[in-house]
Design a protein around this ligand. Structure first.
Ligand SMILES: *[C@@H]1O[C@H](CO)[C@@H](O)[C@H](O)[C@H]1NC(C)=O
Length: 208
C-alpha cells in the first residue's frame, strides 16, 4: 500500500516537472522570436554617402617629394533608417593620393541626422608643402599630364545610433570616396572662381 502511494506521488511530480519544462521551452521560444522580430525591425542600415563634386584650387608638386593641395569637396549623406537616428559626434575629412594622406584633417561640426534626413557638407581640404613619397610626386605629375588623377576622400568618425529614447555607445564609421579628376577632358570641369569644379556623383563605401 505504502509503496503504491509513493509511486503515485512520484508520477505526480514527474508530470509537474514535465509541465514546467514545456512551459520554459515555450517561454524561451517566444522570447527568441520577439528578439528576432525587434532586431529585424530595427536593424540599422548604414548611412549612404555620395561624393558629388570636387573643386580643385591647387594640386601642385613643387618638388617630387612635396605636394600642395587645396580643394573643396561636396559630400551628400542620407540616413536610410525609418526608426533610427544617427549622431555624428566626431567627423574628420581628408584626401589621399595612392594611400598617402595629402591634406590635413578638416573637422565637420557634430550633427544629428534624423530618420531619412539628408545632410550636405562642403569642407575645404588643405595641405601646404606636405612631404610625400618621391615616387608618388613623380606619379602625380605623370597622371596630371596623362589626363587624370585618382584621389580618395576619406571620412573617419564616431557615430551613435538613437532608437526612440535610447542611444547606443560610439561606433567607428569609415567612408571612402573615390574621386577621379579628369584633367584631360576639360569640358567636365567648370571654372568656379579660382578653382575648377569636377562633377563626380559616385557612391562611397561605408564601413562600420
Ligand atoms: C599652388 O601651390 C604652389 C606650390 O606651393 C604655389 O607656388 C602656387 O602659388 C599655388 N597656386 C595658387 C593658385 O594658389
Amino acid at each position: 500500500m505504502s509503496v503504491k502511494e509513493c509511486s503515485h506521488h512520484h508520477g505526480k511530480w514527474k508530470k509537474r516537472f514535465r509541465r514546467i519544462c514545456v512551459g520554459l521551452l515555450i517561454f524561451n521560444f517566444i522570447l527568441l522570436v520577439s528578439i528576432l522580430i525587434v532586431w529585424a525591425i530595427l536593424q540599422p542600415k548604414k548611412p549612404r554617402f555620395i561624393l558629388q563634386d570636387v573643386t580643385i584650387f591647387n594640386l601642385t608638386v613643387p618638388a617630387p617629394n612635396i605636394l600642395t593641395t587645396s580643394l573643396q569637396v561636396t559630400i551628400y549623406s542620407r540616413n536610410p533608417n525609418d526608426n533610427i537616428g544617427i549622431y555624428y559626434d566626431k567627423f574628420d575629412v581628408y584626401a589621399t593620393y595612392r594611400s598617402q594622406q595629402i591634406t590635413y584633417y578638416t573637422a565637420i561640426p557634430p550633427v544629428y541626422q534624423g530618420h531619412k534626413d539628408v545632410n550636405v557638407w562642403s569642407p575645404f581640404l588643405f595641405g601646404n608643402n606636405v612631404p610625400i613619397a618621391p615616387y608618388n610626386g613623380v606619379q602625380l605629375v605623370n597622371d596630371q599630364s596623362s589626363g587624370g588623377v585618382q584621389l580618395n576622400i576619406i571620412m573617419v568618425g564616431r557615430v551613435r545610433w538613437k532608437v526612440s529614447t535610447l542611444t547606443t555607445g560610439r561606433y567607428h564609421l569609415n567612408i571612402n570616396c573615390q574621386a577621379y579628376i579628369p584633367y584631360g577632358y576639360r569640358p567636365t570641369g567648370i571654372v568656379v572662381g579660382a578653382g575648377v569644379k569636377y562633377q563626380i556623383s559616385d557612391s562611397c563605401t561605408v564601413s562600420l
